[in-house]
Design a protein around this ligand. Structure first.
Ligand SMILES: [Zn+2]
Length: 265
């Protein structure tokens, strides 16, 4: 049955232009330097390539996506940042009146893999340039899941020129990471070709689907009455831009509660 619901969804996706995969990836890169430090404006400034004093103090001009949207205005960039929030890649949390940006699970799944990819690119350059004396302390205290994905990516190269770098790193990191590094070293020494799956490593497969999902209303089960209700795209926009959790109750149960609260005095 061709429901009117489907037609409505289609109309919504037509109205709202989808960002290209490359744009989504660059905004996530920019957000990685910023997360929990700032909000939408600072993120837009990184993407603009702004010479803002605070931005430079924080070293945010070192981000790979710095200046990615150089030709757009701050307003145009902020619209795209808001699109990322509405589409559940980034989320706002209010610290008092200050909205701070964080990754959502979906956003972090993609960024974690991209960040590991950047580390690997740098290591490839070091190997080509014959650099083996690099200071590895920059890898300590990074997100553990991201580090494990990085190690799996190194293993997947089957390139034993990474071993001296791995052995330097092994000297300075924690026990759990040391163990994982050792496994990668053995994998490379033994010239194993099957993929190495490290213990506790998160799922590293980031499908394009995750990036290009069109938006639609979500079905939510009401906590109160157990009925399912639609959380529409328009409502999602409002909730996400205000940093609210998804609704827990259907409209009629919400109405009931409101009445109860009003009479309860
Ligand atoms: Zn209900």
């Amino acid at each position: 049955m061709a429901s009117s619901n489907n037609r409505r969804k289609l109309a919504q996706t037509e109205l709202e232009p989808h960002l290209k995969e490359e744009e989504i990836r660059n905004i996530l890169h920019a957000a990685d330097s910023l997360v929990s430090l700032g909000g939408r404006t600072m993120l837009a400034k990184i993407l603009k390539g702004s010479r803002d004093k605070k931005l430079l103090e924080l070293g945010l001009d070192n981000n790979v996506a710095y200046g990615y949207y150089r030709s757009l205005t701050i307003e145009q960039i902020t619209e795209r940042v808001d699109w990322m929030i509405k589409n559940d890649f980034l989320e706002l949390e209010y610290r008092g009146d200050m909205p701070i940006l964080y990754f959502t699970d979906k956003g972090w799944t993609i960024q974690r893999d991209q960040a590991a990819g950047l580390l690997l690119q740098q290591w490839k350059r070091w190997v080509q340039e014959g650099i083996a004396e690099a200071d590895m302390s920059y890898l300590k205290d990074r997100n553990r899941g991201m580090i494990l994905i990085f190690l799996q990516k190194i293993a997947a190269t089957c390139d034993d020129r990474f071993i001296p770098l791995l052995e330097r790193w092994e000297l300075i990191d924690y026990q759990k990471v040391k163990k994982a590094i050792r496994q990668v070293v053995m994998h490379l020494k033994n010239k194993e070709t099957s993929p190495l799956l490290l213990e506790d490593a998160p799922q590293a497969d980031v499908s394009t689907e995750l990036l290009l999902q069109p938006r639609s209303s979500e079905r939510i089960k009401c906590w109160e009455c157990g009925d399912r209700f639609d959380w529409t795209v328009e409502e999602q926009d409002i909730f996400r831009m205000r940093g609210w959790e998804p609704p827990k109750r259907c409209a009629s149960c919400r109405e009931e509660r409101r009445k109860l609260r009003d009479s309860d005095w």
